[in-house]
Design a protein around this ligand. Structure first.
Ligand code: ARG
Length: 607
């Protein structure tokens, strides 16, 4: 039996190999689940032209499900005569795995890849028409990706406490995942759940009543509130009258007493304004701001209901719920204090229920550090234990996912131990300016220098975090973060700006159909193959919820572009060769620029 394929672009190629062939000739879904594929270059100096190989690997026992892959012939676009797959070699790579290599016509492959990238302007990793069949890794298999409605709770600082390193990680990871999912076609709701309720607010409002300064609050709310917080905490230990004052302010707030309530609102407003400057610098934004206090009343109602239904136990002066842990042991979770005030966990349960009503999500992600693991799992355990999701067939445990991450240590500024994020970003900018001024390649001066330094330093902070795998603890190292060397945010930006200036200054017009057979060098083939793998990196990043997969892909893209850049000159060479190379560099830049946008880093075109 002969199989004929019409291949239009690089995605159609994979689609063809994985789905169309299998759909027509075997039990497609089953086979597709079992196989994986890999694009690679087989470059031979003798034959000059590099070969491109798409290797399909599947378990030998699945051979029965597999179509006669050797009988494939293919055409590309309207050129009915040009064959895309020019050889198919089936072999067995191990006792258990079988392998089929599709040797692709390199010229057709190059034009497929570059045309796809140009026509999609670098978004070839995420387009929605690709998405409907895009392949996603799951274990060793490949499955179709479903479009989902996802809510993401991230950043979520406490307004009376400093925005610390944990919040920075949550902000960066949560924002990355949200951007990536929405680029893949999911409906995403980005939620910032601001901690504005709880005992620390007695501390902060009483502190402000005693030592507050409206000017300082206006200038730098977060710093001022933090200073008050630290001061009151210290005083409270030694002075019982202060402890009393703190308690009084706390209960005044709970009861909604006007003066303290007004003060608390001012503090909230000032602190959200100063956080928004940080978010702006990191390219971060939200669809919804939720206040923890919004859920205080509903949490109270919920607890009262549970209490009147006899579902809470009164133990050691507080109202609790008893949940069985994995080993069947009963574990106590306090939902309501003896004085009737709600807790972090009860407000989170109420928040989850109200969000579900509002957004009807398929998934609710909490991007919160490892340390809150039992807190997040208690949300779903409490909801499910008492079947609180009355209007839905789902269970909270099937909807809630804790996107955990490791701890960051050693994040302090030059001045001392304060870990305010605003200071970190400002210090990063200052250090970047110093660094740039001491480098003789820097052309920018004055305001321009400041703007570029700000952008480079934000990219440095973003990438230094996202390049690491999520669960890893790490210690923050200024020198590493701000290095302009390889594998950093500035490295991505510098490569992007180098590619942009090549396009501007090479003196060659961009020709979208150059003679691609002139791109024969190993550096060119390797770069083009890497460009063709962008969607793989994007999908893997999404499935594993690991930004580092995409970041590493972009580092490799920059390394490959830089080595092609050194070897394959554009300016001053033969016109036809220059045009072919220019198109390749243009596609590398489009892909890099798109990848940077997924990291929320606006690409720089000159430094
Ligand atoms: N405000 C909390 C903290 O700083 C994080 C909140 C995370 N989100 C949530 N829904 N619990 O620790």
């Amino acid at each position: 039996m002969k199989i004929s394929l019409q291949i239009t672009d690089i995605h159609a190629l994979r689609k063809a190999v994985i789905y169309e062939i299998t759909k027509n000739f075997c039990q497609a879904e089953k086979f597709a689940h079992l196989c994986s594929f890999q694009l690679s270059a087989k470059h031979s100096r003798k034959t000059e032209n590099g070969k491109v190989c798409l290797r399909l690997t599947y378990p030998r026992h699945a051979k029965g499900l597999c179509p006669p892959l050797e009988n494939i012939s293919s055409t590309h676009g309207s050129q009915a005569t040009s064959s895309f797959i020019h050889k198919v070699v089936a072999s067995q790579s191990s006792r258990n795995r079988a392998v089929t290599d599709f040797y692709l016509n390199a010229n057709t492959f190059k034009s497929c890849v570059l045309n796809t990238i140009v026509s999609r302007q670098g978004a070839h990793g995420v387009d929605s028409d690709i998405h409907s069949w895009s392949l996603e890794e799951k274990g060793n298999g490949i499955v179709k990706r479903q479009i989902s409605n996802i809510a993401v709770d991230y950043s979520s600082p406490n307004i009376a406490k400093p925005f610390h390193a944990g919040h920075l990680r949550s902000t960066l990871i949560g924002h990355f995942l949200s951007t990536l999912y929405s680029a893949l076609g999911d409906k995403v709701t980005r939620i910032n759940y601001l901690g504005d309720w709880g005992t620390q607010f007695g501390l902060i409002t009483s502190g402000y009543r005693m030592f507050g300064d409206s000017n300082l609050l206006r200038e730098n709310a977060v710093q001022h509130l933090y200073d008050l917080y630290v001061r009151m905490n210290r005083l409270k230990e030694t002075d019982p009258s202060i402890a009393l004052e703190v308690e009084r302010a706390g209960s005044d707030l709970n009861e909604g007493k006007e003066d303290v309530y007004k003060l608390w609102k001012t503090i909230r407003k000032a602190s959200i304004e100063s956080n928004s400057k940080i978010y702006q610098r990191l390219g971060v934004w939200f669809d919804a701001h939720e206040w923890e206090s919004d859920h205080h009343i509903t949490a109270k109602k919920l607890c009262d209901q549970l209490l009147s239904d006899g579902k809470l136990e009164y133990i050691d002066g507080a109202y609790c719920i008893l949940l069985e842990d994995k080993r069947g042991k009963l574990q106590k979770v306090v939902l309501l204090k003896g004085n009737g005030s709600t807790l972090y966990i009860s407000r989170d349960v109420a928040a989850f229920l109200s969000r579900y009503k509002k957004y009807k999500f398929d998934k609710m992600l909490y991007v919160v550090d490892n340390g809150q693991h039992s807190h997040i799992s208690n949300i779903s355990r409490i909801v499910d234990h008492h079947s609180l999701m009355t209007d839905s067939g789902s269970s909270a445990s099937s909807l809630i996912q804790h996107v955990k991450f490791g701890r960051v240590s050693g994040m302090s500024t030059r001045k001392g131990t304060s870990v305010l994020l605003a200071d970190i970003l400002e210090e990063a900018k200052q250090r970047m300016i110093e660094k740039m001024c001491s480098t003789n390649t820097t052309q920018a001066t004055g305001e321009e220098l400041g703007r570029i330094a700000e952008s480079l330093s934000s990219s440095a902070v973003i990438v230094s975090d996202l390049r690491l795998s999520r669960l890893k603890d790490y210690s923050f190292d200024w020198e590493k973060v701000l290095s302009l060397g390889a594998d950093s945010g500035p490295f991505l930006q510098i490569t992007h700006s180098r590619l942009s200036s090549l396009e501007k200054n090479c003196g060659v017009e961009l020709n979208l159909s150059p003679s691609l057979e002139l791109l024969v060098e190993a550096e060119a083939i390797r770069l083009i193959i890497h460009l063709a793998k962008y969607d793989e990196a994007v999908m893997k990043s999404a499935t594993q919820q690991e930004a580092c997969v995409l970041v590493r892909y972009l580092f490799d893209l920059c390394h490959l572009s830089n080595s092609a850049f050194k070897k394959l000159t554009v300016k001053g060479g033969r016109q036809d060769v220059a045009e072919a190379r220019l198109l390749m560099f243009h596609c590398a830049r489009l892909t890099l620029s798109h990848g940077l946008s997924l990291l929320s880093i606006p690409p720089l075109s000159s430094i």
